[in-house]
Design a protein. Sequence first.
Length: 279
Amino acid sequence: MMTIRELIESGTKKLEAARIGEAQTHCEFIAAFVLNKSRTYVRAFGQNIVYDKERAMFDDILKEKLAGRPLAHITGSAEFMGRIFDISQTVLIPRPETEELVEQAIKKISVPPRSVLDICTGSGCIAISLAFLFKSAKIVSADISKEALKVALRNAQNLNIANRIEFIESDMFDKLGGTFDFIISNPPYIPEEIISTLSPEVQCEPHIALCGGKDGLSVIKRLISSAPKYLNPGGLLALEIGCAQAEKVVKFFKDVKWQKPQIGKDISGTDRFVFARRK
Ligand SMILES: C[S@@+](CC[C@H](N)C(=O)[O-])C[C@H]1O[C@@H](n2cnc3c(N)ncnc32)[C@H](O)[C@@H]1O
């Protein structure tokens, strides 16, 4: 017989021994998934007993985690800005930095936008979160990947917000029309040759969601050069970028239509976001 707390503690030790970061958090998520409860529940009711079947399931998931499979792929879901999103191997697993991108961007918006474009939408986590925040805005969610868009649509349906969002398969702006008050994107920005050096977990994610070409900047550069045509005067572009890319990215805002871009830092103090307003 084992309690939830003992189960989490034993799993945490195994993950720590394998030098997997945030071991306890991962184990709390696994326990919550296995018990079909929230993470808050497993923390609050650690004294409750787990059945052998649940323990066996916990151990199986832990083995997959130890083998380098992302938890979001094992459970098929991930949390973003307080909501649960379906995740498959066709989309990037939403990251905490991207939550910061959304939070910092909305602080820069004084008048609610009438139209929002989330370009490179993946699971739809940004577009959907913004649809909940800006209740009267028209939201467009675009991605080059048909498979990613299917996941984004499913997420919008699960969260009962699909009627507020238009999903468009498009290579950058190719299939997009009209203009927007706010364009936001977490584009692929990892340099191609770095990808094979990243953790096995990251390498489970779609190449197209990670790879920003030779220098990591090819998608960002295209985005910045086309965006003025799709932004309304005074409209905001908010981008997530890779660490050490800020200086180069800022130089892409050559068009006279841009006001001076601003760099934003993530919680670890890394330059991670660029915000620019169209004149
Ligand atoms: C880093 S992921 C971001 C996913 C999601 N927005 C998030 O933050 O979790 C980048 C996404 O860009 C898409 N993508 C890559 N190249 C693209 C292109 N040329 N045009 C549109 N989307 C593209 C990928 O399919 C992927 O879904």
